[in-house]
Design a protein around this ligand. Structure first.
Ligand code: PLP
Length: 417
């Protein structure tokens, strides 16, 4: 087993990333703040892209994981496509200079405005999740006098071994069309003159380490493609979604991007298909940390609390998904003194915690902590709950760093009211 990739590590006693001491950033921009490593994001992207050399493919970064323009620009320049799930994400991709011809549009509830904007932009394909959506895309493409490429998103009915909120590939989930119905849906869709029925797509869930379900889903999609081709459909691309996990605990294995991609590569060999993947978390997850400052220590009953200045509005994953994030001091202390505590934020909810019952080094008010592996679904799910401005975001690139999104101000909080 390879050691977990540690983009953030101690140099001497200072937690650092790509040669930059994280405490120096916090001193300049304040806390809480998100810090990302451009080098790690690009390394993760290339792990997919390099492993697929020789196979026609497009790696479409699922930007809902982290949609900051600087990160999109970085990936667009590296050649990435994008998986979008809303008109707002399309707007961001275009603002970042992303190539619309490498964009796929997923999601169960696309509005006509969103579909029309995507048609106007000339995206590569719609991953359609229902028959009424196929009809709407056809009608809007007809109005523009163009043809829209679509892939039906099928639900392959395989259970992904992940948290219930992020499993999407079993019957009874809202996503896609039951794979058993797919052939009939493609047959009925032959009527739509403004659709190019050239793809099949699926995505079975997030934070997966087990190859089995993902490979089973791929097999089912490829079987379907063979059947559709036998019926005369000109299927040219397969979009196998995203979902590969990242390492949240030090004892977990590293994300098996290269192994996963190599296995897929073998599966699609001989199919004459353009392969699309939609990784999100595994591109940015381990590339980010949330830096927070300790405000207070307190006890309640026999419990210890470390109160910090980051809260569930900044990082909701612990509350929403029971997620575990390692918490490291920015300045390493001697290992022999420690405590067991809940690390909690200022928000007025008992669900506001970053860690519970966590064994950690002794910390004091004023100390800085890094909440690790928060590059994905961190800032992206941040809110202004409790009228808290969202944190500043920083990107480390080529040994220096810069702010890629300012900390929100109180004026930002009331804009539009
Ligand atoms: C969320 C999502 C992804 C990305 O999932 P990750 O686990 O972040 O890789 C890909 N495709 C679709 C359709 C999604 O909804």
């Amino acid at each position: 087993m390879k050691p977990a990739m540690r983009p953030m590590d101690y140099v001497g006693r200072a937690l650092s990333c790509d040669g930059v001491v994280l405490a120096d950033i916090a001193a300049k921009v304040g806390t809480p703040c998100y810090v990302y490593s451009a080098a790690t994001i690009l390394a993760n992207y290339h792990a997919y892209d390099d492993a697929l050399q020789g196979v026609p493919h497009t790696v479409c970064y699922a930007m809902k994981a982290n949609g900051n323009l600087a990160i999109l620009r970085l990936l667009a320049a590296a050649g990435a496509g994008f998986d979008i799930v809303s008109g707002g994400e399309l707007y961001r991709v275009l603002k970042a200079g992303g190539d619309p011809a490498k964009v796929v549009f997923s999601g169960v509830g696309k509005t006509s405005e969103e579909i029309d904007a995507a048609l106007a932009a000339g995206i590569f394909a719609f991953n359609c999740e229902s028959e009424p959506e196929l009809a709407l895309v056809d009608a809007l493409a007809h109005r523009r006098g163009i043809k829209a490429r679509v892939a039906l998103r099928v639900n392959p009915d395989v259970a992904a071994d992940t948290h219930a909120h992020i499993a999407t590939g079993s019957l009874g989930h809202k996503f896609g069309v039951d794979i058993g119905q797919a052939e009939a849906v493609y047959e009925r869709a032959r009527l739509y003159e403004n659709l190019l029925l050239e793809g099949v797509s699926c995505h079975i869930g997030s934070q997966q380490f087990d190859f089995e379900p993902m490979m089973k889903a791929a097999d089912r999609v490829l079987e379907l493609i063979a059947c559709l081709r036998a019926k005369g459909f000109d299927i040219r691309h397969a979009d196998l979604g995203g979902g590969l996990g990242v390492t949240y605990r030090p004892d977990e294995p590293a994300p098996p991007i290269a192994e996963f991609t190599a296995a897929l590569r073998e599966k699609v060999a001989g199919y004459d298909l353009h392969l699309f993947l939609e990784p999100g978390r595994s591109i940015v997850g381990n590339a980010g940390v949330l830096i927070t400052r300790v405000l207070y220590r307190k006890k309640s009953g026999d419990k210890e609390f470390v109160v910090v200045d980051a809260a569930m509005n900044d990082l909701i994953r612990p509350a929403l998904y029971d997620a575990h994030h390692e918490i490291l001091p920015l300045r390493a202390t001697s290992a022999d003194c420690g405590l067991r505590a809940d690390v909690v934020g200022p928000v007025c909810e008992s669900g506001d915690f970053l860690a519970q019952d966590r064994q950690m080094p002794e910390v004091f008010p004023g100390d800085l902590l890094a909440v690790c592996t928060t590059g994905a679904y961190g800032f992206a799910q941040a809110s202004n709950y409790n009228a808290r401005p969202r944190p500043v975001e920083v990107l480390i690139e080529n040994g220096s760093w810069r702010v890629i999104r300012k900390r929100e101000t109180f004026d930002d909080l009331i804009r539009g009211e």
